[in-house]
Ligand binder design. Structure first.
Ligand SMILES: [Fe+2]
Ligand SMILES: [Fe+2]
Length: 189
C-alpha cells in the first residue's frame, strides 16, 4: 500500500534524523553542494558588510549637505544591509559553516566595491552601482541554488527584493538631485 510505503519512508526519515543529529539543520535530503553554498553565502556576507561600511561613510559625509533626505536613506540602508548580513550569517551557521568576518580580504570577497565618492551626487551614484551589482549577484545565486536548498533560496529572494528597493531609492534620489541627468527627463519642479 502507498500508505505503508509512506510510513516506512517516514520511519527511515526519523532514523536518519537521529543518526545525523549533530549536523543541525542539514539533513540527508539536502541536495545542494553545502561547501559551495557556504562559500557563496560568505561572499554575499562580505558584500553586505562592505555595503554597511559604504552607507555609514555616506551617512556621516552627507551631514549638512543633505538636499533630498539622502542622509536618512543612507542610514536606513546601512541598517538594512546589516540585517541582511545577520540573516546570511545565521544561514551559514545552520549549514554547518562559519561566517567570515575577517577584515583581511574583505574587499576581495565582496562583489561590490567600497567607493567613498566626492559629493552627494557621486555618493548616490556609487550606491546605485553597488546595488545593481548586488541585484545581479543575488539573481545568479538564486539561479544556482534553485530547488536544491529552498530555505537559502527564499532568504536570497527576500534580500534581492530589498536590494531592488535600495536601487530604486537611489535612482529616485539621483533624479531629485539632478533632474536633467536620468533617462532624458527634463521636467523641473
Ligand atoms: Fe543588502
Ligand atoms: Fe542594498
Amino acid at each position: 500500500m502507498a500508505k505503508g510505503a509512506f510510513v516506512n519512508n517516514l520511519q527511515e526519515i526519523r532514523k536518519r534524523a537521529r543518526k545525523h543529529i549533530q549536523e543541525g539543520a542539514v539533513t540527508e535530503g539536502y541536495r545542494a553542494n553545502r561547501e559551495v553554498v557556504i562559500k557563496i553565502l560568505n561572499e554575499a556576507l562580505a558584500t553586505e558588510i562592505v555595503c554597511v561600511l559604504r552607507y555609514k561613510r555616506h551617512f556621516y559625509m552627507a551631514q549638512g549637505i543633505d538636499a533630498a533626505n539622502a542622509t536618512q536613506e543612507f542610514l536606513q540602508h546601512a541598517t538594512e544591509e546589516q540585517a541582511h548580513a545577520d540573516e546570511i550569517s545565521l544561514r551559514i551557521t545552520q549549514l554547518g559553516g562559519e561566517p567570515n568576518y575577517s577584515p583581511v580580504g574583505l574587499a576581495d570577497r565582496s562583489h561590490s566595491e567600497y567607493v567613498e565618492g566626492n559629493g552627494l551626487i557621486e555618493m548616490i551614484q556609487e550606491d546605485l552601482i553597488a546595488e545593481r551589482i548586488a541585484i545581479d549577484s543575488y539573481t545568479e545565486m538564486i539561479r544556482y541554488v534553485g530547488e536544491d536548498d529552498v530555505t537559502t533560496r527564499r532568504m536570497l529572494e527576500s534580500i534581492l527584493a530589498s536590494e531592488e528597493e535600495h536601487a530604486n531609492d537611489m535612482a529616485t534620489l539621483l533624479e531629485k538631485m539632478n533632474p536633467s541627468l536620468p533617462k532624458g527627463k527634463t521636467s523641473s519642479n
